[in-house]
Design a protein around this ligand. Structure first.
Ligand SMILES: [Zn+2]
Length: 328
């Protein structure tokens, strides 16, 4: 799945700030098409491609564009650029900035905030915010494999802190705090991948449906706590239940793996959210899932994996920037 060939020394230019736009385009071209460019139009896929150089020009706004290299397909005669059909298509942000920020997000243990990107790259907050969310979307595994073996499932609640002094919390303020939290449901294969997502309502139906569709049903042993939504799981899968009132581990039966994932997620998000729209939170959950699932590879390999996911289609959902909901 990784598209390997990046030239020796490429990653140095990503981290020391010397990457030029032309280098970035050449680097992305090698990552995207290791065997040479192919036509990006779905109805064609031709592999005989010409290179064109379009002269640079100054737009009315004063912005200078190009010169840039385009490709032309011999079969269908259409032109395309190296970013056609990727998450960077139509972006006014230079590709070198995209790649550098992607590398930053792959090489840091915690999330990188839009505020930080804004300062370091001289972008507007809106541009930095949107860029970070697009990269999180790229991190999403669009075709995940089913989990198998021993799989732990659990739910957690994120955000929704009490406002005002803690000791004055009333039943009413606790009720409000509870309702402003966003539920996140997750499953983890021991020593394997995590699948986690915002689940607007943690109901028996939603939980059963999600587990059923994300595990290899013939080869899975499920571990959960005693929450009532899991009561009927034993009819579907071998099911071990840990009773947190009286025990934490009983032999193989525990949910410690998913709980440590929740701890990492929450530590990363601490102080960020009071109330957060489920759509935005899901993006952060995707990022932590990506980081967990690629924890055994190097920063370089993680970056190549991310770049290979940049062309799985474009970000189609509309997001409105919400400048103050970012970690700083
Ligand atoms: Zn074509």
């Amino acid at each position: 799945m990784h598209r390997e060939p990046t030239r020796k020394g490429d990653l140095v230019t990503l981290t020391d700030g010397t990457l030029t736009e032309a280098d970035a385009r050449a680097m992305f071209e090698r990552m995207r098409w290791p065997n040479g460019p192919v036509c990006t139009f779905n109805d064609c896929g031709g592999s005989e491609i010409y290179r064109l150089v379009v002269a640079g020009k100054t737009l009315k706004s004063g912005r200078v564009v190009g010169p840039r290299e385009l490709f032309k397909c011999k079969a269908c005669r259409r032109q395309f650029s190296v970013t056609k059909g990727t998450a960077f298509e139509d972006s006014k942000i230079p590709l070198r900035t995209w790649l550098t920020v992607m590398y930053r997000m792959c090489s840091s243990k915690k999330s990188v905030s839009a505020r930080q990107i804004e300062r370091e790259f001289g972008l507007s907050h809106r541009a930095a915010w949107f860029m970070c969310h697009r990269i999180r979307w790229m991190m999403t595994d669009k075709n995940p494999d089913r989990l198998f073996g021993t799989v732990e499932a659990d739910e957690t609640y994120v955000g929704g802190k009490h406002r005002g002094p803690q000791r004055k919390a009333t039943t009413e303020s606790r009720r409000l705090a509870y309702h402003s939290k966003t539920p996140v449901f997750g499953m983890v294969e021991r020593d394997g991948d995590v699948r986690a997502m915002v689940m607007p309502k943690v109901s028996q139906k939603n939980v059963e449906h999600t587990i059923w569709n994300n595990v290899d049903r013939a080869n899975t042993q499920l571990m959960t706590d005693e929450h009532p939504v899991y009561f009927h799981m034993a009819k579907m899968l071998p099911h071990g239940v840990i009773r947190h009132e009286s025990e934490y581990v009983r032999g193989e039966v525990h949910t410690n793996t998913i709980e440590s994932f929740w701890a990492i997620l929450k530590r990363g998000l601490v102080g960020t959210y009071h109330h957060v729209d489920a759509g935005y939170l899901n993006m952060y959950v995707n990022e932590y899932e990506f980081r967990h699932n690629s924890r055994k590879v190097s920063d370089r390999e993680r970056f190549l994996k991310l770049a290979s996911q940049a062309s799985d289609g474009r970000l189609m959902w509309y997001v409105k920037p919400e400048p103050d909901e970012e970690p700083s």
